[in-house]
Design a protein around this ligand. Structure first.
Ligand code: ADP
Length: 406
């Protein structure tokens, strides 16, 4: 029969095994203390079950028991991983059993008590084993705590390293952006500077007469083009920074899309002529919706400008398709196209397709375009075959979703 008291984590469990209940009672009374929990078993089999279920500081085994005797029980304990290290005190009748009847000394501590039991010897030995057990348990706790804090430190270190990596790449991105922006601004600025130098030389040589109406007109158009390209770059940079700080807002009003597209195409006609790229608008009926007129213009200008830049001089086509609750604008070119692998990332900041010639900008145009379309509750995507051309598709709801007041 086995007796199982309840035990909290801080007590030391002691197992006493004896076939005589009066011996169990006496031993229990002798070693009982508040910080100990005594388990009792009157048979080796019951003792084994208890040993496998709980963690013990000590087992006190009567050597002479019917059935499985104390030495046999101890032998089984030493052959099982969970119970191998449990210290054992054998209780035997003085002079009857010899110590050499047990062989498993090398695994855990072993001691002997002889009947009739000496109260001080019993208490003293039990106290030593319980103290040793407590020290072992404390050492184990400290090792576990150390291991836990080592793992936490490792995690923290990994987080630090990844944050450092992110910071470094953000810094690199900013540096790249600065040099790209400087380079992109330098190009139109250089052209303007050379033009003014040329005019200065002509004036210095007394050739003011060449500045007739035709000359002036060409000069103004050329200058405007350089200035516009600088304004566009600066506006893109400002918009991208607005997006990053969540300050890009849209102000929807009633807009008629077909008229808006016709106006944009007309405004780009000089650029289209320069690129020898005709732009055709296919929009048959008026389409009215609630949009931010200026921002939708910006979306269309960005897509058409790209189609002119990367369209290899082949015709560009813009068309409007009315869908239930939405309108779709397709901008189609027959230019160099975009490889599949780049079709997603070109909508991210500073992303450009490598291998495209040097006609590109900062890689911000499509990023801003996507933000503007999404701010209207719309979607933008591209279908493209390298060498054949691209279709950029913008789908806009006829009225934007209500904005989050927060
Ligand atoms: P960029 O100012 O460089 O044109 P965008 O964000 O507008 O920046 O475009 C990103 C990149 O996508 C471009 O650098 C170009 O490589 C590619 N791209 C955009 N539009 C087209 C197009 N119509 N045909 C081919 N490539 C394009």
């Amino acid at each position: 029969m086995a007796t199982e008291p309840s035990a909290d984590e801080d007590t030391a469990r002691i197992l006493i095994v004896d076939d005589l209940s009066e011996n169990l009672l006496a031993l229990n009374a002798l070693i009982r203390q508040d910080d100990r929990t005594i388990f009792q078993a009157s048979r080796g089999e019951d003792a084994l079950n208890l040993l496998l279920e709980h963690e013990f500081a000590l087992a006190i085994l009567d050597v002479q028991m019917p059935g499985m005797n104390g030495f046999e029980l101890a032998k089984l304990m030493r052959s099982t991983e969970k119970t191998r290290q449990i210290p054992i005190i054998f209780v035997s009748a003085a002079g009857k059993e010899s110590n050499y009847a047990f062989t498993g000394y090398e695994s855990g501590a072993v001691d002997f008590l002889y009947k009739p039991l000496d109260v001080d010897a019993v208490r003293g030995k039990v106290s030593i084993f319980v103290e040793l057990y407590r020290q072992r348990r404390e050492a184990r706790r400290q090792v576990q705590a150390l291991e836990k804090s080592r793992q936490e430190q490792q995690l923290l270190m990994a987080q630090l390293l990844s944050t450092e990596g992110e910071l470094r790449s953000a810094l690199r991105m900013r540096d790249d952006f600065m040099s790209m922006a400087a380079h992109e601004l330098r190009t139109p600025l250089n052209t303007l500077f050379l033009e003014t130098q040329l005019r200065k030389i002509q004036l210095a040589k007394g050739q003011a007469h060449i500045f007739d109406t035709d000359y002036l007109q060409t000069m103004v158009v050329k200058d405007q083009r350089q200035i516009q390209s600088m304004v566009r770059l600066i506006d893109d940079m400002l918009d991208a920074s607005r997006v990053r700080s969540n300050r890009l807002s849209i102000r929807p009003t009633q807009v008629e899309l077909t008229a808006l597209l016709a106006r944009v195409v007309d405004n780009l006609s000089h650029q289209a002529d320069d690129a020898a790229t005709p732009i055709t608008l296919q929009a048959h009926a008026p389409v009215t919706g609630l949009w931010d007129e200026f921002r939708i213009e910006q979306v269309v200008i960005n897509l058409l400008t790209n189609a002119l830049r990367y369209g290899r001089g082949k015709p560009v086509d813009i068309s409007v398709h009315l869908l239930p609750g939405n309108v779709r604008i397709d901008v189609r070119d027959q230019g160099m196209g975009i490889p599949k692998a780049a079709q997603q990332r070109i909508f991210e900041q500073f992303e450009r397709v490598t291998g495209n010639d040097g006609t590109g900008g900062l890689g911000l145009g499509l990023y801003i375009t996507r933000q503007l379309v999404e701010a209207h509750g719309g979607l933008i995507g591209v279908q493209s075959v390298p060498g054949e051309g691209s279709v950029f598709q913008v789908t806009l709801p006829l009225s934007p979703p209500p904005t989050d007041p927060g």
